[in-house]
Design a protein around this ligand. Structure first.
Ligand code: FES
Length: 154
């Protein structure tokens, strides 16, 4: 069930964002970093704050695939499939995760426990192959370790 976030709460997030140059994108990022997704009214609040139209904000929010409009699962599992991780066995990690979560592709599990996402680079290539769970990185991953980790999170 979607939680209601008051406009004042969202405005407070936007006003206190750590980005020094405030843009539509930085404001949306600040909201998603804090709440985990973009609640419906956040688009209007960002539009008012930036003195632009809601269409301008929707344009940015819908362009970037990293923005989501509903709450993520309890565990945000990202598997990197960038070049270094691909060479290191990312496909096996992807297949293991998909199978364990009973998913056909990246997305959310029905029980709301996991949100699976394939990332193009988690930014720590020397540690490939990499995954992250709720933004914490785990390098030198293999299918056995991933499987065990997912069982422990369940
Ligand atoms: S390619 Fe996977 S961390 Fe860069």
């Amino acid at each position: 069930m979607l939680k209601d976030y008051k406009d004042e709460y969202i405005l407070n997030i936007i006003e206190n964002q750590h980005y020094t140059t405030r843009t539509i994108l930085s404001s949306l990022l600040a909201v998603q970093d804090e709440i985990g997704y973009l609640p419906k009214n956040s688009v209007n609040v960002v539009a008012e704050f930036m003195k632009v139209s809601t269409n301008d904000v929707w344009g940015v929010a819908s362009f970037y695939l990293n923005f989501r409009f509903d709450p993520p699962g309890k565990y945000n599992l990202e598997i990197c499939w960038g070049p270094s991780c691909h060479i290191g066995g990312a496909s096996d990690l992807q297949q293991t995760a998909l199978k364990k979560l009973d998913l056909e592709n990246q997305g959310d599990t029905k029980d709301g426990k996991f949100s699976l996402k394939f990332n193009t680079c988690l930014g720590a290539c020397p540690q490939a192959p990499l995954i992250s769970v709720n933004h914490k990185l785990y390098g030198k991953m293999n299918t056995k370790k991933l499987s065990k980790m997912m069982d422990e999170l369940n």
